[in-house]
Design a protein around this ligand. Sequence first.
Ligand SMILES: NC(=O)c1ccc[n+]([C@@H]2O[C@H](COP(=O)([O-])OP(=O)(O)OC[C@H]3O[C@@H](n4cnc5c(N)ncnc54)[C@H](O)[C@@H]3O)[C@@H](O)[C@H]2O)c1
Ligand SMILES: O=c1ccn([C@@H]2O[C@H](COP(=O)(O)OP(=O)(O)O[C@H]3O[C@H](CO)[C@@H](O)[C@H](O)[C@H]3O)[C@@H](O)[C@H]2O)c(=O)[nH]1
Length: 472
Amino acid sequence: MDIKHICCIGAGYVGGPTMAVIAQKCPHINVTVVDINEKRIAAWNDEDLSKLPVYEPGLDKVVEEARGRNLFFSTEVDKAIDAADMIFISVNTPTKTYGKGKGMAADLKYIELCARQIARVATSDKIVIEKSTLPVRTASAIKSILDNTGNGSEVKFQILSNPEFLAEGTAIEDLLDPDRVLIGGDTSTAEGKKAIQALASVYANWVPQKQILTTNVWSSELSKLTANAFLAQRVSSINSLSELCEKTEADVNEVAKAIGMDSRIGSKFLKASVGFGGSCFQKDILNLVYIAKTYGLNEVADYWEQVIIMNDHQKRRFAHNIISTLFNTVSGKKIAFLGWAFKKDTNDTRESAAIYVADELLNEQSKVAVYDPKVSEEQMYADLDYLNTRSSEENREGVSVFNNPYEACKDAHAIAVLTEWDEFKTYDWQKLYDQMQKPAFLFDGRGILDTDALEKIGFVCYKIGSGKNPEI
Ligand SMILES: NC(=O)c1ccc[n+]([C@@H]2O[C@H](COP(=O)([O-])OP(=O)(O)OC[C@H]3O[C@@H](n4cnc5c(N)ncnc54)[C@H](O)[C@@H]3O)[C@@H](O)[C@H]2O)c1
Ligand SMILES: O=c1ccn([C@@H]2O[C@H](COP(=O)(O)OP(=O)(O)O[C@H]3O[C@H](CO)[C@@H](O)[C@H](O)[C@H]3O)[C@@H](O)[C@H]2O)c(=O)[nH]1
């Protein structure tokens, strides 16, 4: 099957970069990314590439090459759906905030709306692809909607699952050179196999054949949740040991290195931190826990829930360490945050540990001053307001945002590193120290700073998982 037109519904962190790379690598295919968010689409179309709505290293170059040639961003959803041979659904699937499964299950309302819209609009056969992360067996719901709510024309749909494994901050690298591309489909019929092949042939334009893995649709859906659960589990495992290291004079970095050299364990995803964030890990594990509970598998659910429990503990523990180290009171004290994004090289703040640490400190009447190289002030306040802990005015009173790190840290009682941005390592730390209140406390939540050198300057340092932390 010759694919000429692709439509992607959802121009977010996944839809935008993924389609930009497909368009770059497949100049013979027209790719249209659509979204109901007009502001987002306008930003994707902005002449000034620094205004793209997603910050990812290398993304601007890819967009510059393909946009206007065979990559288009539009709000005309119906038109793009009807013109396409292949439709990716890449809309958000957040944790439900209401009703049955509140706080755990994935909210599939945006997915269902897309399926209904495709059914209503399509006048020719389509391959519909789940790019969003979905609970296992969602494809059967999508199929039922597509097959039963059509506009009367004899349109045939094939549903594929093609989960995305890119990590933010390295999205372009991950898309250009993926460990694997996973395609799940109906392997029991000729039409299903043909659809799988059609999608595989799109990726084959730049991904080696042996890295394109095809499975049945359920395995594909479940593999995505499983991959995130395994990755997050490693972070929670090392974070749980960081606390034990602090009590026993072991050093978590040394422990991580020692175990990571065992090829059966491997060295990646063993960096102790203030806790994992991002839009995926927590949401996807909660979803897995919910699915397990739905099938009555309580032990399975409890096992995975512990990954989240440990992560919440790690974020809270970091905040409480700041409070107790600062003589058990941070009331009225300025605490400077270096970083707000959930990891470096992204402007995404969803579920960032910084939000929760700030919230704990604000509860103790601290004054939080934030500097992040890529996150806007507006976004930081929106993140805090979303927690609903206090009024919007109180959040604005408690938190001030700076576009210069030296200003953010001036007169602070403590600096807390919440994101591992590389630039933090290159600051003039003597200058920062000179401008601070004394004792000048430093809490490295990412283990990126040379705390031995900082201690020589005069800082009192706390480093996650270090046995050498100050007595508290
Ligand atoms: N962010 C990541 O790194 C990542 C990686 C892999 C998978 N995923 C998964 O991919 C999916 C999308 O994630 P994201 O981070 O890109 O989300 P996002 O919130 O950045 O983008 C989703 C976009 O979909 C749009 N949208 C929602 N309903 C729509 C509709 N009916 N019609 C048109 N547009 C609509 C929204 O306006 C939004 O711009 C999620 O399921 C997520 O779990 C995310
Ligand atoms: O050793 C580590 C590795 C990561 N993290 C933290 O874990 C979070 C998630 O990091 P990462 O996985 O690199 O970023 P994401 O963009 O959330 O990517 C994850 O989630 C995506 C969405 O599903 C998947 O596609 C990716 O494969 C998966 O890595 C971040 O807060 C990191 O700081 C640590 O604390 N220690």
